[in-house]
Design a binder for this molecule. Sequence first.
Ligand code: 5AD
Ligand code: SF4
Length: 460
Amino acid sequence: LAKIKFLKEVIFAKMRKIIYNNCMDKFYIETYGCQMNEADSEYMASVLLSVGYQASQSLDDADIILVNTCSIREKAETKVLSFLGRVLPYKKKNNAIIGVCGCVARKEGENLIKKAPYLDLVFGPHHISRLPDFINAVRIDNRKVVEVTDRNEIERKSQLVVPNSLRAMVPIMQGCNNFCSFCIVPFVRGREISRKSEDIIAEIKHLVSKGVKEIMLLGQNVNSYGNDLKVGNGFVRLLEQVNSVEGLERIRFTTSHPKDLTDELIAAFGNLSKLCPHIHLPVQSGSDKILALMNRKYDSRTYLTLIDKLRKVCPDIAITTDIIVGFPSEEEADFQATIELVRKVEYDGAFSFKYSARPKTKAANMPNQVPEEIKQKRLEELQALQKEITYKKNRALEGKVLPVLVESTNRRNNVEFSGRTPCFRILNFSVANPTSDLIGKILNVRVSRGLKNSLKGEVV
Ligand code: 5AD
Ligand code: SF4
């Protein structure tokens, strides 16, 4: 009996392989949310490409439509539902498979199929590798698939098909243990699990061998990488290993939690030649009362000390942040403390959000929720201030020569190229004798103008 069972498995596996390898189906992936989601979408694409599916840039000719979702703010979740409304005609026209994955899938599960009965597939971020099997179950067994359980292991394997890009995102861990009182992430992505450093380095070497020059290491809180593997200062050790990968030019990472930003990690900005001078260090609020309610485990003074230390080690470091306005109990004085902190730090850029109550989180049940009009007014005041600061900082770079990793050319006018500075600003520049093999090179470019959201310059 066991032999028959085994043979049956082998035959089925072979048949599945034949089906994958002959499949000409095209897939389209719509991504909402953070960089973790973007990385998951890249990984999904690589899983599908590796078994023979083809990527499509439009919904029109897609046989498989996947929406990779984010549930961190209510607005992101609403966007997903409206996208699902938009894809219904394609279900009818192309008999397309429609799937939802990511955090909303993990959070809503079966409920999503109740809301949109034409959905075929709902799966959480822990099950991406099984996507081809899910698609087969829909196509061949003619059934709906819902798989949103958590798994206590990293599900990602090395990317089999590398995206055609100079920059690649490499998740180094999944989940989060911090339970900031506003945040849904620990509930939808589970607890922190670090990938083994050997797997990460092997993946990076593979990416570099395919032409990738810049790696973005990703995690909800990369500073605590390796804590679960019982490796002391695991993240710095990992950075050192990545720094020695031959052929790799630049390393970035995101996101960092201020409470876990060690002196050793700060020192890495001075020691590691490939580590770009940019840190995304979410502050969330400038008010100590609000920071305590948020369960952030630092106060504004400690945060400002970190900024001083970073600037001492690396004077040109770009610092960006996330800020929430209108957290429960935030009064005008608390908000003004945030404004004051933003003026003091002078961030190179900031993402700011109106607080949105998320299910299961502590803050959702806190008293003194802030009215929508006040949140909106505060958001506008904060964004106007940050806009001024970003513009001022961009102008301050005029005359400076910065190394730019050339990423693309302006198609209408091929004397113009575009790339990123080490501090992650976009620099558009002209070249006297342009050739397309400039893409992927690092060129020294003098900044001629600092604009509101980018820089302009000329190659020196
Ligand atoms: N409401 C508003 N913003 C939020 N963020 C996370 N949860 C919420 C929420 N409930 C923001 C934080 C975080 C960023 C990724 O999203 O600023 O750093
Ligand atoms: Fe959410 Fe806080 Fe974890 Fe960031 S550190 S993912 S804000 S719980």
